[in-house]
Design a protein around this ligand. Structure first.
Ligand SMILES: [Zn+2]
Ligand SMILES: [Zn+2]
Ligand SMILES: [Zn+2]
Length: 364
């Protein structure tokens, strides 16, 4: 067992994807950029390579070649996603041979907001940026991305029923009012949540989708029920009880959030979202070569039943990183960067998500 302040010997998890890139001029570029701010080179994100790359005009109009020898794709022709010039502002690329106008992320949309309304158009831009971040990590983790996964971004109409954010049979619905910061903050306070973001919503709802694809009827189901409980209990009744009575006393010992206590499916979706938060944030830290072992934070190692050194290093690095980030947030008078505390039970559930993610063979 390591002493509390001893650096953990393992490095960050092997980097599965990058969050910082280089232009041909040597300037650093970032996930949302479509033009280099230093040399004005056009940039595009190749989702299957997982990199934002400088582009060179191709032989045909509106085509691009990747300016990147390491990709091994120097002869492949690309086009910009047709949503580059819409309110979406998508900077992803499409392979010309695919014959598609929209990129792999934008193709997942079924309904988008009415873009003649500038407020909704702005909201959609924010939603799509969060969605691309999510989709890029799902691709990097080797998860299946494509039909039947579908997104509906809907507004509640004056005389219509209220649009509920959720997942059903592969379709993820998001009420676009959540893109409005003031509304989302109001909803957060009303529901007593410590954290509520567009990215968090999308990560949570994909948890439900991948439960159907990776857990239901699979070799994982028995272990899932041991850790998360019986998913066959009445879902509607469980949610109704949660909203009427709140979580049971001591939920913090068993669940990553209060909402996770409502039903095993919600527990899974919350844990899944949490794992994606951690994976992306640690990948970003690694992209900047942030050395978490050099951070002087006294964190006692978790008492845990999990015997997986690589995963425990991931958890411990996360705890150290977020301890510092929380203090930095407080220095700016902001809310905590990471307003959660991981319990022993939550770590065991995160480890289960980790193992499911790593097991590509479960993809159906
Ligand atoms: Zn440049
Ligand atoms: Zn796109
Ligand atoms: Zn849910």
């Amino acid at each position: 067992m390591l002493a509390p302040c001893e650096p953990f010997p393992l490095p960050l998890r092997p980097q599965t994807y990058q969050r910082v890139y280089l232009c041909r001029c040597g300037n650093q570029t970032f996930f949302r950029n479509s033009v280099c701010v230093n040399c004005s080179a056009p940039l595009g994100y190749e989702p299957l390579i997982g990199k934002l790359l400088p582009l060179t005009p191709g032989p045909a109009p509106s085509t691009w070649l990747l300016d990147c020898a390491e990709s091994g794709s120097s002869n492949i022709l690309y086009r910009s996603c047709a949503n580059l010039t819409s309110a979406c502002g998508c900077n992803w690329l499409v392979r010309d041979e695919d014959g598609e106008t929209l990129c792999i992320s934008c193709r997942l949309n079924r309904y988008i907001p009415d873009l003649s309304d500038p407020v909704r158009a702005e909201g959609w831009n924010k939603i799509e940026l969060a969605k691309r971040r999510l989709i890029s990590s799902l691709l990097a983790l080797g998860l299946p991305v494509g039909p039947p996964l579908t997104f509906d971004f809907l507004a509640t109409l004056p005389d219509g029923p209220k649009v509920t954010t959720g997942h059903s049979n592969g379709t993820i619905t998001l009420n676009i009012e959540e893109a409005d910061d003031a509304t989302r903050e109001q909803n957060r306070k009303q529901l007593h949540e410590p954290y509520r973001t567009l990215l968090g919503h999308l990560r949570h709802e994909t948890g439900h989708y991948y439960w159907d694809r990776l857990i239901a009827g699979s070799k994982w189901l028995a272990e899932f029920r041991e850790l998360f409980g019986d998913d066959q209990q009445d879902y509607a009744a469980a949610l109704q009880k949660h909203y009427a009575e709140g979580p049971s006393v001591g939920w913090e010992q068993k669940f990553v959030s209060a909402y996770a206590a409502s039903h095993p499916w919600e527990d899974w979706a919350e844990t899944w979202a949490h794992y994606l938060h951690m994976e992306d944030t640690l990948a970003t830290a690694a992209s900047f070569r942030l050395d978490i072992n050099s951070v002087e934070v006294r964190v006692a190692p978790f008492e845990t039943d999990v015997a997986d050194e690589e995963f425990l290093a991931f958890i411990h690095n996360w705890v150290r990183l977020t301890a510092v980030l929380n203090e930095l947030s407080r220095s700016m008078g902001l809310q905590d960067f990471y307003p959660f505390v991981l319990s022993r039970a939550s770590v065991a559930k995160l480890h289960f998500v980790h193992r499911v993610m790593r097991d590509r063979s479960t993809a159906q």
